[in-house]
Design a binder for this molecule. Structure first.
Ligand SMILES: CC(C)(COP(=O)(O)OP(=O)(O)OC[C@H]1O[C@@H](n2cnc3c(N)ncnc32)[C@H](O)[C@@H]1OP(=O)(O)O)[C@@H](O)C(=O)NCCC(=O)NCCS
Length: 116
């Protein structure tokens, strides 16, 4: 699945390496109509969290999509993931709607969108 995501949009997939170990990643995709980037997954290895690396990866991704002329970016985040929601809000993502039972365990997600 990860390989397919990567092959569909290699420029929108990032890995963060430290001493040759992958310590974080962001998998991105896009829709053509509307032309919109999509953050499919982002994570930082547990022991490296809270050091600004999530923001670093997100900043890099946002500058990439700007360069590629995407005017908006969307993502889904678990409604209980307060840490991630706070990070996205700092980057001006806004909650657009709630998607009920988005996750396999039945939990809900927020659809968040950042527009230029
Ligand atoms: C979400 C995640 C990627 C953030 O990465 P990180 O490297 O820990 O984040 P940063 O250190 O760059 O912090 C970014 C912002 O997140 C928020 N944040 C980070 N740690 C937090 C905490 N303990 N409590 C509340 N907010 C927190 C803050 O807004 C922070 O910005 P600030 O330091 O300016 O206040 C990381 O926690 C993670 O991998 N979580 C598990 C996977 C996940 O939930 N992914 C998101 C799915 S949509």
């Amino acid at each position: 699945m990860i390989q397919n995501i990567y092959l569909a949009a290699p420029k929108l997939c990032l890995v963060l390496e430290h001493k040759k170990e992958i310590i974080g990643f962001l998998l991105g995709g896009y829709t053509a109509l509307p032309r919109q980037a999509h953050i499919l997954s982002i994570a930082i290895l547990q022991e490296y969290r809270g050091r600004g690396l999530g923001k670093k990866v997100l900043t890099h991704f946002l500058s990439t999509i700007q360069r590629l002329n995407y005017t908006s970016v969307k993502l889904e985040v678990n409604v209980d993931n307060h840490k991630a929601i706070k990070m996205y809000e700092e980057f001006n993502f806004k909650i657009e709607s709630k998607i009920r039972k988005y996750y396999q365990d039945g939990s809900d997600a927020y659809l968040m969108i950042k527009k230029e």
